[in-house]
Design a protein around this ligand. Structure first.
Ligand code: HEM
Length: 392
């Protein structure tokens, strides 16, 4: 049975996931108390089946977890139709491919400014950190601008988000729980303040747009507004940071830098899909059966849970040729890193654009980019990424 917190597993989960796929059907995991769908076909089915819902279970004791609980229960990701349909349609337009494409010049400007700063660091100290100096600030800045989150408080976003998402790991520590509760309360209070402020001083941002809907009183209440904004702020950068970092390290380790150096623009689109396929930044999503459901021949009883393993699905030999090989020109590439079904990533056009813009700009600025030190991984499986990637 897989031990999801074993450092050896976390450092390279793919051999163990391959063994799991060889079982040919979803397997019960005693420790997690759920089935695991490791094959592409089964993971995809888990995400697309109506009777397998994202059902949020409130944490207890409820008086301690109150803010954390409603921040999830009232968000798009942790709700099901009809509430999910209502919330998603309110923000859907803002993330459509065409609206997102308009952000290209701004993303280029932010990336170039970060690269200028990285260049200074490089000449001052001989290296810079691909995570802290590039992959992280870029999506944080973009999503903060889109929502109208104040520049001077942007530094608060990443720590709040990090504390909250630690609860998505398989066995969070007591300290992680305390930090998640505090972060949820502080973040909710902060966004409530922003909401009240935008009622008086509206701007050209998404929070102001949502405030108008909330005031109309039918489609959105204050808690839903706050929960949705916090979800967008968190989801809007966590996976993008790690998707970029995981992909870059894998490219260094799998002989792909030649291609990235010589034709970064020409291969940007396929490279980004392969980054997300080869080492998915989000590995596991749970669903709960609202009625008895069969997946891959296995009966999931009402109330039982099953998880879709996205990184494993992306290495399924039935769907991808030579799945253990990284190929930045891979086409077709039906990677499932953005999920599937009704919860399919709302921010996929934004994440793709950010990476397709920032990757070639990085390579054009630093064609001789190399790892300066063995990169250090975060000790987590569900959100898979690096702590630091020093490059020179
Ligand atoms: C490489 C980057 C990203 C990856 C790999 C990713 C992946 C995912 C996945 C797998 C889901 C579905 C979860 C499930 O089915 O339970 C999801 C949902 C979501 N993502 Fe992303 N995401 C990324 C970037 C973004 C960005 C930039 C945003 C910005 C707004 C975003 C916003 C959302 C939202 C709002 C949902 C919930 C959708 C719903 O429940 O209907 N994501 N994402």
């Amino acid at each position: 049975m897989i031990d999801f917190s074993d450092p050896e597993f976390v450092s390279n989960p793919y051999p163990a996931l391959k063994l799991l796929r060889e079982e040919n059907e979803p397997v019960w995991h005693e420790g997690l108390n759920m089935f695991l769908a490791a094959r592409y076909e089964h993971a995809n089915q888990v995400l697309r089946t109506k009777s397998l819902g994202r059902i949020f279970t409130a944490r207890e004791p409820e008086e301690l977890w109150e803010d954390f609980n409603w921040l999830h229960a009232d968000s798009i990701l942790d709700s099901e139709p009809p509430k999910h349909t209502r919330l998603r349609s309110l923000v859907g337009k803002a993330f459509s491919r065409s609206r997102i494409e308009n952000l290209r010049p701004e993303i280029e400007r932010i990336a170039n400014r970060l690269l200028d700063e990285a260049q200074v660091k490089l000449s001052d100290s001989g290296s810079f950190d691909l995570i802290a100096d590039y992959a992280e600030p870029l999506p944080v800045k973009v999503i903060a601008n889109l929502l109208g989150f104040p520049d001077e408080d942007e530094h608060l976003l990443r720590p709040w988000s990090q504390s909250i998402v630690k609860m998505y790991e398989v066995d969070p520590s007591e300290q992680a729980k305390t930090e998640a509760r505090e972060a949820a309360s502080e973040f909710a209070e902060y966004v409530r303040g922003l909401m009240l402020e935008r009622k008086v001083n509206p701007g050209a941002d998404l929070i102001s747009e949502l405030v108008v809907v909330e005031e109309a009183g039918e489609k959105l209440n204050a808690r839903e507004l706050i929960a949705t904004c916090i979800l967008l702020l968190n989801a809007g950068h966590e996976a993008s940071v790690n998707g970029f970092g995981n992909g870059m390290v894998a490219a260094f380790e799998n002989n792909q830098m030649g291609l990235l150096r010589t034709k970064p623009r020409a291969i940007a689109e396929t490279a980004v899909e392969e980054f997300l396929r080869f080492d998915a930044p989000l590995q596991l999503f749970e669903r709960t059966a609202t009625a008895p459901t069969v997946v891959g021949g296995v009966q999931i009883g009402q109330g039982q849970k099953i998880a879709a393993l996205l990184g494993s699905a992306n290495r399924d030999e039935e769907v991808f040729s030579s799945p253990e090989m990284m190929d930045l020109t891979r086409d077709p590439n039906n990677q499932i890193g953005f999920g599937a079904g009704i919860h399919f990533c709302l921010g996929a056009p934004l994440a793709r654009l950010e990476m397709q813009v920032s990757l070639p700009l990085l390579m054009e600025r630093f064609p001789g980019l190399e790892l300066a030190k063995t990169p250090s991984r975060r000790p987590t499986f569900v959100l898979r990424g690096y702590q630091e990637i020093l490059v020179s």
